[in-house]
Design a protein around this ligand. Structure first.
Ligand SMILES: *[C@@H]1O[C@H](CO)[C@@H](O)[C@H](O)[C@H]1NC(C)=O
Ligand SMILES: *[C@@H]1O[C@H](CO)[C@@H](O)[C@H](O)[C@H]1NC(C)=O
Ligand SMILES: *[C@@H]1O[C@H](CO)[C@@H](O)[C@H](O)[C@H]1NC(C)=O
Length: 323
């Protein structure tokens, strides 16, 4: 009798629990294993492929970069984390400072949001207003908040109307060479971004740079820089912002594909350059391309898909831990 109960009830339960445990351990391994580290990248960067070593990058003239970080009103904590990291990096590396006989890059960033919709509560709006006034690093675009309905276009419109026209009037230091679009789930190593843009000085009017994804062979658009980081020369950014595009033509396009398309059909296709090594998704993700070795390395420009806070911890420890 007892044995029967064991066979019928207890044994399936034990088997079930064992399998669950194995499953949980596997999941745990996939999600929480520490970032595998490498001293050298497991792949070759664009510049390496063109015979420029990492140490040679610093011999090129410095660059001026503006970074727009796309974010939404509710992500207060993430904005604050990014703000701390980037301020820290800008200060410790003394970007934006003029130092005699030393070539310093200039890097500015702002958070980019659409207009908050009606669903946002009064409390959130107030908290946001205080944040915005306190830090002065938030730009609200002339468009309702959206993901795939033209936020990128309104960003470049803002860039063309506010950044390019107005700066330089009495501060020539701020005539940016490159305008960057990124998201609040991307980590950017500012130093490496600047260093890798340095050798492009002959392309400053005509560069489109990022991790390029190819499209299907029948598509006339051959590739596009994925939204984790899109770099445009200031001239291209201004041209995109100068375009007149109706609201209906902006609805429902993946923003990164849209940008490549707009560049292509408007003749901005001179230098589309893929950095396929130093820009990548979080190596702990299952979808990560194994060909890249699933590693994190010091020469990294961007790590994307850091959606949850725990994903940031080790990235921060890795890049800032040795200070
Ligand atoms: C890089 O250098 C190697 C060896 O000097 C040479 O064979 C190759 O053509 C160079 N590649 C480029 C893109 O300049
Ligand atoms: C820029 O111009 C404004 C208005 O003329 C002036 O108040 C300000 O001090 C100038 N800034 C610099 C950095 O020269
Ligand atoms: C964008 O428009 C402004 C104002 O109309 C113009 O001065 C500027 O040259 C245009 N920029 C480009 C890159 O076409």
């Amino acid at each position: 009798m007892h044995f029967k109960i064991f066979k019928k009830i207890i044994r399936p339960i034990i088997i079930f629990l064992t399998l669950s445990l194995i499953f949980v351990i596997l999941l745990f391994q996939i999600y929480f294993t520490s970032l595998p580290r490498a001293y050298n990248p497991p792949c070759e960067s664009y510049h390496q492929l063109h015979n420029i070593t990492y140490s040679q990058l610093s011999t090129y003239p410095p660059v001026k970069i503006f970074i727009g970080i796309f974010t939404t009103i509710e992500t207060f904590e993430r904005r604050h984390l990014l703000r701390k990291l980037y301020r820290y990096e800008i200060n410790t590396r003394q970007f934006n400072k003029y130092i005699e006989n030393e070539q310093k890059d200039l890097i500015d960033y702002k958070f980019i949001l659409g207009k908050p919709n009606e669903l946002i509560t009064k409390e959130i709006k107030l908290k946001f207003k205080i944040e915005s006034e306190a830090f002065q690093d938030i730009i609200i675009l002339d468009d309702d908040e959206n993901l795939n309905d033209g936020k990128t276009y309104y960003y470049f419109k803002w860039v063309a109307e506010n950044l390019i026209k107005k700066v330089g009037e009495n501060n020539t230091l701020k005539e940016y060479d490159y305008i960057v679009k990124t998201d609040d789930d991307s980590f950017i190593n500012l130093k490496n971004l600047a260093l890798n843009l340095r050798p492009f000085s002959q392309y400053t009017t005509s560069l489109y740079y990022g991790y390029m994804r190819t499209t299907s062979p029948d598509n006339s658009l051959k590739m596009y820089a994925t939204g984790m980081i899109e770099v445009l020369s200031t001239k291209y950014a201004e041209k995109v912002g100068n375009l007149t595009i109706s609201k209906e033509d902006l609805i429902n396009h993946p923003e990164d594909v849209w940008l490549a398309w707009i560049l292509m059909v408007n003749g901005m296709n001179e230098h589309w350059i893929g950095e396929q090594c130093l820009i990548y998704d979080d190596p702990r993700m299952i979808r990560y391309e194994p060909s890249k070795g699933s590693l994190i390395f010091p020469q990294t420009i961007t790590i994307h898909n850091l959606k949850e806070d725990w994903r940031w911890n080790e990235v921060i420890e890795y890049f800032y831990g040795d200070y």
